[in-house]
Design a protein around this ligand. Structure first.
Ligand code: CA
Length: 344
């Protein structure tokens, strides 16, 4: 009973304390006012309106960005298309270029074939490069001269120089690579050896045949410093084999400053196996070539090819005494002929 009373007293004190510390609880709650409710309604309408506008705008925005994306894609497509068009054009250009060069090649071949199939009469025989030149073949290079019964000449591959000093030159000798040895025997020198596009000797038999008409010889020389000189001779002729392919020369002209071939004029041809020189020695063996050796040389155009660094130490090199002396082997030599009466 006492405990119950105590608990009642405790609760009462708790309530009293609560009222003292929070007097607001004793006040009446304020009533809501009507105008405030109207304001809330307007506000909601405005919000809704704004929301609608936002929705509209974002719709527009997404529409715009879609359109922009489409535009961008179409620009990219156009650029790609342009690129591929330019590539197509480029490849067509390359095609055209290669076709053009192929046509040029075919033209060269046709030119050769035409030269080979021209009707042969003694008057318009293709005798050498000068007759090709007169028939309007003006490109330097390899030509095949057809066999000619009237002239008694076999088919012959020649290299024509159609540019130097009016063109029409048939090249009879060339040294420039050093890949072909020129220390050959009589038979080799008779028929010719080497490569028509590289180093070669056309052959004494062919040279003899080509020089039966009055012929001009042109010798072109180049040293290892790149200096180029030439010597020309009128009335150049090589006799037949019975006369040991004896050399005849007329007047000298040129800019090499020395008539080094004069010493060899009117001498027979010698090779390592046929000593026709004017010496007790065997000049062909001493000078390691085939040539119109006298006793022995003022020039040795068919000598040994010595390369730069090794070209000043030997007496059997490719020499022209009046220019660089007896022990300077030249870098390049070409001997070429054409008829005296040739007019470009
Ligand atoms: Ca001798």
């Amino acid at each position: 009973m006492l405990t119950k009373t105590l608990s009642t007293v405790t609760w009462l004190s708790v309530f009293t304390l609560a009222f003292v510390s929070h007097p607001v609880w004793l006040q009446k709650l304020p009533k809501r006012k009507a105008p405030a409710q109207a304001k809330v309604a307007t506000c909601c309408e405005e919000v809704n309106e704004l929301k609608a506008q936002v929705a509209n705008l974002s719709g527009l925005l997404s529409e715009l960005s879609q359109k922009q994306e489409k535009d961008w894609v179409s620009v990219v497509m156009q650029v790609m298309e342009l690129e591929s068009t330019s590539k197509r054009l480029e490849s067509r250009l390359t095609d055209a270029e290669s076709k053009y060069s192929e046509m040029n090649n075919q033209l060269d071949i046709m030119q050769l074939q035409a030269a080979q199939t021209l009707t042969q009469t003694s008057a318009d025989a293709i005798y050498d490069c000068s007759s090709l030149y007169q028939k309007n073949y003006h490109i330097s290079g390899v030509y095949k001269l057809p066999p000619d019964e009237f002239l008694g000449s076999p088919e012959l591959e020649v290299f024509c120089d159609m540019e130097t000093s009016g063109g029409g030159w048939t090249i009879i000798q060339r040294r420039r690579s050093g890949l072909v040895p020129f220390y050959q025997d009589w038979k080799q020198y008779k028929q010719g050896f080497g490569s028509i596009r590289g180093d070669f000797w056309l052959g004494n038999e062919h040279i003899h045949r080509l020089t039966r008409q009055p012929t001009r010889l042109r010798v072109e020389l180049e040293d290892w410093e790149g200096e180029v000189r030439y010597a020309e001779y009128s009335r150049f002729a090589v006799a037949n084999e019975m006369n040991s392919y004896r050399l005849s020369l007329g007047n000298y002209s040129g800019d090499v400053g020395n008539n080094a071939l004069l010493y060899h004029n009117n001498t027979a041809f010698s090779t390592k196996d046929k000593d026709n020189d004017n010496c007790l020695d065997k000049c062909a063996q001493l000078r390691k070539g085939g040539y119109w050796y006298n006793c022995c040389t003022d020039s040795n155009l068919n000598g040994v090819y010595y390369r730069q660094g090794n070209h000043k130490e030997h007496l059997d090199g490719i020499t022209w005494y009046g220019w660089h002396g007896a022990s300077y082997s030249l870098k390049r030599v070409e001997m070429k002929i054409r008829p005296e009466g040739f007019r470009p």
